[in-house]
Write a protein that binds this ligand. Structure first.
Ligand code: ATP
Ligand code: ATP
Ligand code: MG
Ligand code: MG
Length: 313
């Protein structure tokens, strides 16, 4: 009905974009006797000035990873696909300052000043979750070339607010400590099952009531594994940050990409090295190390930059 007003050469072409969008999108005044039902919708705007955490977690991934024959306890392609789906979320929502992932979960941290969807909780949590889920499915084939996706996976999601920087850091420390606890357990469990000749139930029994030191000892004495030498990605999870980085093979060209880190975030060091997370200052210039340079989620981002540059030639 308003299309003649909103076209390229229309009356509205001289009006600022945000005003135009409002005029084009706004609906006429109440025009049916049914309109009152809108009043039943609840305002779910969340508190200002609090850190917003959205955490998604795979639904029944114990079964999903079994059905899709994931390597146990850590399937690298599975973990990297999760991270690549998370990269798509960070690219879409520029107020996310950090994401942390492990196993079948990812946490997205929106800066406390974020104004995304006017801070409406259900808009935020549903849009983050559906973009993550569709990206996981959309990019599946890039990580599992030979493996068909057998059925559509789904993820649950929740939104939690943290009023102080300390609460936020404690939240992330909690998730990273959980990564370590689960990974240590799963590493011993699968060694006992896959190499120790124990059934799942027996391995579970063997481990019940054991402390970390006992599990480390089983790994070392029975399987010759020093837990601390396992890849950091398994033990610490994946942290995603925005950084200005140099793209290889482009003569020093720099751009902002989403970079994975596999470091401790519990100690102060991490927060001193990456001050822009809390201050939301501009992304820093960052020199990628070899592990980051060769990581599949960086390689895929480089490919996109290369393609864009070639198309512009
Ligand atoms: P928002 O993110 O706020 O929902 P939106 O662009 O999705 O923004 P809606 O009010 O949801 O806005 O409108 C959906 C738009 O998609 C309309 O412009 C509608 O014409 C178009 N659309 C949806 N389904 C179809 C379809 N099957 N065929 C053609 N157009 C469609
Ligand atoms: P829920 O629906 O309650 O979340 P769940 O089966 O997903 O149930 P979680 O506690 O979320 O249970 O555990 C996730 C499961 O997925 C664990 O069993 C974990 O070992 C497995 N898993 C997730 N990612 C991987 C991966 N990359 N490689 C191997 N296993 C994985
Ligand atoms: Mg799960
Ligand atoms: Mg989980």
């Amino acid at each position: 009905m308003f299309s003649h007003l909103c076209g390229k050469n229309s009356l509205l072409s001289s009006i600022p974009n945000f005003t135009k969008r409002f005029i084009c999108k706004s609906r006429p005044m109440a025009n049916s006797r049914f309109d009152y039902v809108r009043n039943f919708e609840q305002n779910d705007s969340i508190l200002p000035n609090c850190w917003i955490v959205v955490r998604i977690d795979g639904k029944a991934f114990h079964k999903f990873t079994q059905k899709h024959d994931f390597n146990k306890p850590n399937d690298d392609n599975g973990l990297n696909l999760m991270s690549y789906a998370a990269v798509q979320v960070l690219k879409e929502f520029n107020e996310i300052v950090l994401a942390f992932g492990q196993s079948d979960e990812y946490s997205f941290i929106f800066h406390k000043t974020a104004d995304v969807y006017s801070r409406r909780a259900s808009k935020i949590v549903t849009c983050v979750n559906s973009l993550f889920t569709s990206s996981y499915v959309f990019h599946w084939g890039k990580f599992f070339e030979e493996k068909q996706l057998l059925y559509p996976p789904s993820f649950d999601a929740r939104i939690v607010l943290y009023p102080s920087d300390e609460n936020l850091r404690d939240y992330l420390s909690w998730r990273q400590a959980d990564t370590h606890i689960n990974n240590l357990y799963n590493t011993v469990f699968w060694k006992l099952v896959l190499e120790g000749g124990r059934t799942n139930t027996e391995a579970q029994k063997d481990l019940s009531g054991t402390y970390s030191s006992d599990k480390n000892e089983i790994l070392f004495s029975r399987f010759g594994i020093n837990y601390n030498n396992l890849p950091q990605m398994y033990r610490k999870g994946t942290i995603l940050l925005r950084k200005n980085v140099e793209v290889p093979k482009l003569n020093g060209y720099q751009t902002q990409l989403i970079v994975p880190f596999f470091t401790d975030l519990i100690q102060d060091k991490f927060w001193i090295e990456h001050p822009e997370i809390l201050t939301k200052d501009k992304s820093q210039n960052y020199e990628l190390d070899d592990e980051q340079l060769n990581h599949p989620i960086m390689q895929k981002q480089f490919d996109i930059v290369h393609k864009r540059k070639n198309n512009n030639k």
